[in-house]
Design a protein around this ligand. Structure first.
Ligand code: SAJ
Length: 412
């Protein structure tokens, strides 16, 4: 076994599954987090995040003692940093959590250690991490100075797992391994090959950082293209869903689906790292973000126009989650549409969200009522489809024929 003890810094929706999967390979894993509640929850064999089957794996490895959580870093052969990389005002990346993690592990570093940065980061972040470590430990050599022979190996290895399928994709997906030197990459490949069945492809740190941002920006630009098509099609009285289906019959065309905007904390966020690095050149990438962020307002205008046709508009919004068949309302354009609609006081508003038991306070305060799909179809005269949940897809379409339907997902 090339690694006997690994430490994962940051036990969130990437760090905890990663720690659990490595521990399930019989490697001792020390999970480190600043959140004492998370540490205590994990040490009791439970989890503080939502991810299918993760609780079973965590309970197993905590019971065998292979995974232990703590707030204080301990010596280990490898440290995998998976902490948040939020944005400051004006979409400027904030690396304070990476810097804090570097300062926290520096005292326990030993010659031969491997440091992996998994957090989605702007290009150059891994070099900054290595500089912060060097500042704290001038007694050790780092790859920016001594390349392959450095005491400490540093690499960037971004994750690309789909929430809801994390455990499967952590093992199955190919991984980009971006070492600050060839020896760093090779040591990182050794670590990932303890649990990754996909291919571990070696590159340098900057390219690995950019690969993650590129994957999500590619998706954001293509969703923006679909969203722009949906607005143009409305103006030209074309059904955009029929249009895209026809265009996609071309063997080399694959247009994604329009929606009410782009949610989640990945696709809607990662492109801003690239825009921040090259504001003069990242024009399509920036415009895609602006186009996708404008879509919720377009949908609200459509609803307002429809409501003007009724003396007493009763509007039922189907779906609040940021994408189909999940319960996550964070960064959800659907939630944004309902919140803004409620603030306009244009009529009674119902919300149908089968994946949550109660509405967020913001909607309750605004007088939005959570109802079943049946009640919505019975009482509303305007139906707004915001999320393509399977329950909505399964509804008998005949029930919609007497309603004004604004369908942002093309399921009706
Ligand atoms: N969306 C559309 N139209 C589409 C596809 C998506 O409007 O055709 C919307 C969704 O409704 C949602 C948003 O975009 O609001 C993001 O959805 P998503 O399906 O991209 O899901 P995420 O954000 O959970 O996962 C993405 C994935 N990245 C790619 O597919 C390139 C995942 O592999 C990444 O690991 C994840 O971001 C991440 O963590 O970066």
């Amino acid at each position: 076994m090339s690694f006997k003890k690994v430490s994962v810094i940051g036990l969130g929706y990437i760090g905890l599954p990663t720690a659990a999967v490595i521990a399930s390979r019989g490697i001792e894993v020390i999970g480190v987090d600043v959140n004492q509640h998370a540490v205590d929850t994990i040490n009791q064999g439970n989890i503080h995040i939502v991810e299918p089957d993760l609780d079973i794996v965590v309970r197993g490895v905590v019971t065998t003692g292979n995974l232990r959580a703590t707030t204080t870093p301990e010596p280990a052969e490898a440290f995998m940093i998976a902490v948040p990389t939020p944005f400051k005002e004006g979409n400027a990346p904030d690396l304070k959590y990476i810097e804090a993690a570097a300062k926290a592990i520096a005292p326990v570093l030993e010659k031969g250690n491997l440091i992996i940065l998994e957090s989605t980061s702007p290009v150059g972040a891994t070099e900054k991490l290595s500089a912060w470590l060097k500042e704290a430990r001038p007694d050790l050599s780092f790859p920016q100075d001594t390349g392959d022979s450095a005491d400490i190996k540093v690499a960037h290895c971004p994750e690309r797992v789909l929430p809801g399928y994390v455990l499967q994709e952590l093992i199955a997906n190919d991984r980009v391994i971006g070492g600050m030197s060839k020896a760093c990459s090779e040591k990182a490949v050794e670590l990932y090959q303890t649990f990754v069945r996909g291919e571990c492809i070696i590159t340098n740190a900057r390219t690995a950082e950019m690969a993650k941002l590129t994957e999500n920006s590619f998706r954001d630009v293509n969703i923006a293209f679909a969203n722009e098509l949906s607005v143009i099609s409305d103006k030209l009285k074309i059904n955009v869903w029929e249009l895209i289906k026809l265009a996609n019959r071309h063997p080399r065309v694959n247009i994604l689906n329009p929606g009410p905007g782009v949610g989640g904390h990945c696709i809607a966020v990662d492109p801003w790292f690239i825009v921040d690095s090259c504001p003069e050149d990242a024009n399509i990438i920036r415009q895609a973000r602006l186009t996708n962020d404008a879509k919720p307002h377009y949908v609200i205008d459509q609803i307002s126009k429809a409501a003007d046709e009724f003396k007493r508009p009763v509007i039922a919004c189907l779906g609040l989650a940021f994408k189909a068949d999940i319960d996550d309302l964070r960064e959800s354009p659907a939630l944004q549409v309902v919140e803004e609609l409620a603030s306009k006081n244009i009529g009674q508003i119902f919300a149908v969200e089968p994946n949550v038991h109660s509405l967020p306070e913001s909607l309750v305060h605004a007088g939005v009522e959570q109802v079943t799909l049946e009640t919505a179809l019975e009482k509303a005269n305007i139906i707004v489809v915001l999320v393509d949940h399977k329950q909505f897809k399964a509804a008998d379409k005949i029930q919609f024929t007497t309603k004004v339907v604004i369908d942002t997902r093309g399921i009706i």
